[in-house]
Design a protein around this ligand. Structure first.
Ligand SMILES: [Zn+2]
Length: 467
């Protein structure tokens, strides 16, 4: 038993205890304390866990929660971090809590969501059994070059770990799929088949237009959204790899669920290689999240029934859509943080079979991104296709005025756009306009979400409505 390790664990556990006593949350400090006292702490205590990691730009949290549901359905004893603690120190704190003072693990599996920028650093300490990479999209502040540096950082992180780690990669994302080239690790690709979906709109903001191998412009046999789809390069031949797990049919796409038919290759499943399942989440992006989690579950050897059950029993509560019922109306909160995610939310709203009553809460604090020019990359213009359904659009937050300007320039009827800075008044107005049985959508950036959540909690006397 290493003395430094024991001291580091005790000090860190004591910090957790003190923070708890002071009623202060905080997942960063205990991890930092542990590292300060013993730089090898994480590597040392994590080595006895079976580790599953999830990284990528969009969908990390939802994918992680669906994998968690798969673990639950298999009665696996696991630990997992919350999305707010997906950097090195937060992950260290999680492991400290999950071991005894001598460093003995109290659980079998660790399911870790890792920020994509921190992934390279985290893999210096962790050796996962499987890694899911969801996708690479340009975040609000990134320049195009930064997207490739994120990809390269994840790539070096993967090179650092041994060849026994299974890679679960998105076949439809040319950047994500490229991680499976020239690696000795087992690779499982998942994707949406072109028979299942063909985007009709040509309105694709493409983050990765050029071949990662030779810089030639990609052609597409089908588009899903963003740069996802059946990409191929006519110059060097790099193309979307065949997927081991594919969505081959979207049988139903409701406003809160999808029913999909999946096909598995024989490497993942020996017999009966098609199954139909339901996901209690709307939208194409959640089909990807579900496929990623399912591919990981299959790669780890869990039975297809348990995976299908997990997809069907998964509740979006912790995901990015949160609902609260107020009398006979519903308020739905959906986080928006980058153009691609925002576009998906808008397409989802446009499909809603009811009048649209929506508030946009835009802050520009550090956690939201201080440069709000990304709003100009969001396709608000698509709302013009459903303009007759739009009842009212409210803008708010620190940059509520800028948001109103953005909506105005998208050509929407300005008489329907209002700026209401006071959140109490905003909630009241939004609900007043919502018909019985209807839904008031609130789309906040990160810090605006924290503010509106705490007001909703107090106002309607809720404990934790997002659980
Ligand atoms: Zn090429």
């Amino acid at each position: 038993m290493k003395i430094r390790q024991v001291i580091s664990i005790i000090a860190s556990k004591l910090t957790i205890f003190l923070l708890h006593l002071l009623k202060r949350g905080g997942t960063t400090l205990p991890g930092k304390v542990a590292f300060k006292l013993y730089p090898d702490i994480l590597k040392s205590i994590a080595s006895n866990f079976e580790i599953i990691m999830v990284t990528g730009t969009n969908g990390k949290t939802t994918t992680t929660r669906i994998v968690e549901e798969i673990l639950k359905n298999n009665n696996v004893d696991y630990i997992t971090n919350k999305s707010g603690a997906n950097l090195l120190s937060g992950i260290t704190t999680l492991f400290i809590q999950a071991v005894s003072i001598s460093g003995k693990p109290k659980h079998k599996v660790a399911l870790i969501e890792s920020d994509e920028a921190a992934f390279n650093q985290v893999t210096k300490h962790l050796t996962p059994k499987a890694v899911i990479v969801t996708n690479f999209f340009r975040d609000q502040l990134d320049r195009y070059g930064e997207l490739y540096s994120t990809l390269n950082a994840v790539k070096s992180g993967l090179e650092r770990i041994g060849d026994n780690t299974a890679l679960i990669l998105n076949a439809d994302d040319s950047m994500c799929a490229s991680l499976g080239i020239a690696t000795a690790k087992p690779v499982i690709y998942y994707g949406i088949n072109q028979q299942a979906y063909q985007a009709t709109s040509e309105n694709m903001n493409s983050d990765a237009m050029f071949c990662i191998q030779c810089k030639n412009k990609y052609e597409y046999s089908n588009r899903i959204y963003g740069h996802l789809g059946g990409f191929y390069c006519t110059n060097c031949g790099y193309k979307r790899p065949d997927a081991h797990l594919e969505c081959i049919e979207i049988q139903e796409a409701g406003s809160s669920y999808s029913t999909i038919k999946c096909k598995c290759s024989s490497t993942l499943l020996q017999e009966n290689n098609e199954f139909v399942t339901r996901i209690n989440l709307p939208g194409l992006y959640n089909i990807y999240n579900a496929m990623a989690a399912a591919a990981c579950g299959l790669a780890l050897g869990y039975k297809v029934e348990t995976i299908s059950n997990a997809l069907q029993s998964f509740e979006s509560g912790f995901g990015r859509m949160e609902s609260i019922n107020v009398m006979d109306k519903t308020i739905k909160l959906i986080l928006v943080k980058n153009p691609t995610g925002f576009n998906q939310v808008l397409s989802f709203l446009a499909l809603e079979n009811q009048s649209l009553n929506t508030a946009f809460l835009i802050n520009d604090n550090l956690a939201d991104g201080t440069d709000i020019s990304w709003l100009w990359d969001v396709d608000f213009e698509q709302l013009n296709n459903v303009s007759d359904k739009i009842d009212g659009l409210i803008t708010s937050g620190v940059r509520g005025e800028d948001m109103a300007v953005r909506l105005k320039y998208s050509g929407l009827d300005t008489s329907k756009i209002r700026i209401i800075k006071d959140y109490h008044m905003l909630i009241e107005e939004g609900l007043k306009k919502t018909p019985p049985g209807g839904c008031f959508y609130i789309l906040p950036t990160y810090t605006a979400m924290l503010d509106i959540r705490s007001i909703l909690k107090k106002k309607f006397n809720l404990k934790e409505f997002w659980k």
